[in-house]
Design a protein around this ligand. Structure first.
Ligand SMILES: [Ca+2]
Length: 123
């Protein structure tokens, strides 16, 4: 993740400030699709920001505690063949959002999932 962040910082510094401003002002659907493509098969994916943007991470097995990712996730995607449960507390407890294959979404406060996911279960 650190390497990924560095790459994007270098990429931005190569663009002129004018180009940077215009790319920020039109950063809608195209960026979202680019971000969704980060999520390979057989993975549970998450992003820190809405619309599948921001810091990206993925898991290939259940995580009883999302270390480094606790209460920061705003977007999720299930690219597994089975269901995934995102839980608001560690140890697959609290409130859950169970999603089938290919189902994802992003959360805006006051949705219960916004910045509250703490564990993920692979069914
Ligand atoms: Ca939580």
């Amino acid at each position: 993740m650190g390497a990924k962040k560095k790459i994007s910082v270098y990429a931005l510094s190569a663009i002129s400030s004018v180009a940077l401003v215009s790319s920020l002002s039109v950063s809608g659907a195209p960026r979202a699709e680019a971000a969704l493509s980060q999520c390979g098969t057989n993975r549970a994916c998450a992003w820190w920001d809405q619309n599948y943007s921001g810091t990206f991470g993925y898991w290939t097995s259940s995580q009883s505690y999302l270390s480094g990712w606790n209460d920061v996730i705003s977007s999720t995607m299930n690219h597994r063949s089975g269901d995934i449960g995102w839980w608001t507390d560690a140890g697959y407890s609290g409130l859950s959002m169970i999603y089938g294959p290919g189902v994802g979404g992003y959360y805006v406060w006051p949705h219960i999932a916004e910045n509250s996911i703490s564990s993920v279960y692979f069914y």
